[in-house]
Design a protein around this ligand. Structure first.
Ligand code: AMP
Length: 241
């Protein structure tokens, strides 16, 4: 529990936060922040990437359809992902709110989500929070990532380096870099993400629902800013108990 949070955790769980969407590039810290938001407000964290990976691992029909597309780093079709989200939102744990991580990724998905929420009688428009991190900082975070193949410990050679260059502090094994963390791959991923996210940000900006937080601050500061945005949106919507 952070000292800087807007409300204490027990009180936060009574707030009807409604739908929350986190936008941000790969490496912006969306996953970390989404988990903290889910814990603070007692709402489910819905990551479309996680649901897809689970389906691939269980070799379901959905997983088989998505696998090759995911391996290429492309987007799975809107119909498939929207259907998956529709199923998840039917669960009763979503009634008081939920946080979406990795969805929507396109304007078509955003429009579908608005229509779906309206069709379910949900009068709350999603609160959309963009976690902003500069291109150079993202490049450092992603290309600097190294991991230990033995114990899985993750380092960043620029931001959290091991004591001895390229050697795991815990077990002494040489660290490795994932193929998709190589600079050529990363810069392509970041550029294609920007091409897709810009229109999405414009979509939400036009509807007056976009909050921006500086994702280059410490994890705790970013979390506090996100909590503040969520709670001010809840107050504006008149749902803060
Ligand atoms: P993530 O863990 O969010 O980076 O997602 C991993 C992969 O799952 C992405 O590269 C896409 O192939 C797929 N994916 C996740 N969310 C979506 C989405 N909203 N729309 C389309 N594809 C998605």
């Amino acid at each position: 529990m952070q000292a800087s949070t807007a409300t204490d955790m027990a009180t936060a769980k009574n707030i009807n936060v409604g739908p929350i969407i986190l936008l941000g590039a790969p490496g912006a810290g969306k996953g970390t922040q989404a988990k903290l938001v889910a814990r603070q407000y007692g709402i489910p964290h819905i990551s479309t990437g996680d649901i897809l990976r689970e389906n691939v691992a269980r070799d379901t029909d959905l997983g088989r359809m998505a696998k090759a597309v995911m391996e290429r780093g492309d987007l799975v079709s809107d119909d498939l992902v929207n259907g998956m989200v529709a199923e998840r939102l039917k669960q009763p744990d979503c009634d008081r709110g939920f946080i979406l991580d990795g969805f929507p990724r396109t304007v078509v998905q955003a429009e579908w989500l608005d229509a779906e929420l309206t069709a379910r009688g949900n009068t709350r428009r999603p609160v959309v929070i963009s976690v902003d991190v500069s291109y150079n900082q993202l490049l450092q975070r992603l290309t600097g990532r190294r991991s230990c193949p033995v114990d899985g410990k993750i380092y960043n050679i620029y931001l959290q380096p091991p004591t001895n260059q390229n050697i795991c502090d815990v077990c002494g094994s040489p660290l490795v870099q994932r193929n998709d963390d190589k600079e050529e791959v990363i810069s392509e991923r970041l550029k294609s993400n920007e091409r897709r996210t810009m229109p999405l940000e414009e979509y939400y900006q036009k509807h007056g629902r976009l909050y921006r937080v500086n994702g280059e601050l410490s994890v705790e500061q970013v979390t506090a800013d996100i909590f503040r945005a969520i709670e001010s949106a809840a107050v504006a919507a008149g749902t803060h108990d």
